[in-house]
Design a protein around this ligand. Structure first.
Ligand SMILES: C[S@@+](CC[C@H](N)C(=O)[O-])C[C@H]1O[C@@H](n2cnc3c(N)ncnc32)[C@H](O)[C@@H]1O
Length: 311
């Protein structure tokens, strides 16, 4: 049993079969390059190594875990690379061979991120990675790198919250705009040591990056909606929810975590995605042509929730 004081630490202590099951959810890892964040005592690490990976790179901040990880590395020569460092600053984009890189529109690269995320860093880390997705750098310099991550219940609920749900938040909008997020498994609280006081179950969330076409459709959609509103230059518009919210659609093209967080509110996103799909289907040529066509688009009741910003 691993009990550490002064540190938010929950290791998966459950049986090997269950940990293997968690790892299998990441897909076929044979010959894959895997980046594990916060391996701790190496429970998940062992299962990843058993899956026949080409290389597993782990980043662990706490020096107390390094000797145990070193023993695992000795038992699997050339397979496990240990970095004693911080996942928030580690540059994974330089860690794996260049030859693994794929274009965004290609199938995902054979690179996977797996982690039972340290609770204290889970939110800043996922926001950083979402920003990396939008800029196609960091772990996404390899292409649409897949992530299978375990979050505390509250964070997972926000990541997967659908329109209208109570947990719907900036994080939901940002994650679901940039990725397909799927809740794949819930790890029961008793599977952790020490048993979390407040958390009864730990959902594991799979995050996949959408294809370039889907991404393009979303961008066109948002542009089209802005244009329809007749403010193509400034691309500001107001979304009427419970209270009016102003956001800058330009951010869609160069989203930062902060601006992403305040845009793509549900009525707009639902509507713009519908509109965008129609526009994309009719005018597959360029966003500009799509935008021009969008001006003549007559939206139905959905527009009652969207109002042009009065100057
Ligand atoms: C929730 S535990 C998970 C341990 C193990 N993966 C498991 O599932 O049993 C989180 C681990 O992340 C490590 N950690 C915390 N913050 C970190 C950071 N900024 N960079 C790297 N590792 C970190 C902790 O030391 C701890 O080992």
């Amino acid at each position: 049993m691993h009990v550490l004081t002064g540190l938010a630490f929950y290791a998966v202590k459950t049986c090997r079969d269950f940990i293997d099951k968690i790892v299998r959810k990441a897909g076929n890892l044979t010959n894959a390059y895997v980046y594990e964040v916060g391996p701790g005592p190496g429970g998940i690490t062992r299962s990843i190594l058993n899956a026949g990976v080409a290389e597993l790179l782990v980043v662990e901040k706490d020096s107390r875990f390094i000797p145990g990880l070193q023993m695992l590395s000795d038992a699997a020569p050339g397979k496990l690379r240990i970095i004693h460092g911080d996942v928030l600053t580690f540059k994974i984009e330089r860690a794996f061979p260049e030859s693994l890189k794929r274009r965004w529109e290609d199938d995902p690269p054979n690179v996977h991120i797996i982690g039972n995320l340290p609770f204290s860093v889970s939110t800043p880390l996922i926001i950083k990675w979402l920003e990396n997705v939008s800029q196609r750098n960091g772990p996404f310099a390899y292409g649409r790198t897949r992530m299978m991550l375990t979050f505390q219940k509250e964070v997972a609920e926000r990541l997967t919250a659908t329109t209208g749900s109570k947990q719907r938040s900036r994080l939901s909008i940002m994650a679901q705009y940039l990725c397909d997020v799927q809740h794949i498994l819930t790890i029961p609280g008793q599977a952790f040591v020490p048993k979390p006081e407040r958390v009864h179950s730990i959902p594991t969330v799979e995050v996949q990056i959408p294809t370039a076409e889907r991404m393009q459709a979303r961008i066109m959609a948002a542009r089209a909606a802005c244009s329809w509103l007749g403010r193509a230059r400034t691309e500001y518009f107001r979304v009427q929810l419970n209270m009016p919210v102003l956001y800058h659609a330009q951010s869609i093209h160069s989203p930062s975590s902060r601006s992403m967080a305040v845009m793509m509110l549900e009525p707009a996103s639902t509507f713009t995605f519908q509109l965008g799909s129609s526009v994309a289907a009719r005018t597959p040529e360029t966003p500009d042509k799509a935008r021009a066509k969008a001006r003549s688009w007559t939206p139905a009741e959905a527009m009652t929730s969207l109002r042009p910003l009065s100057s």
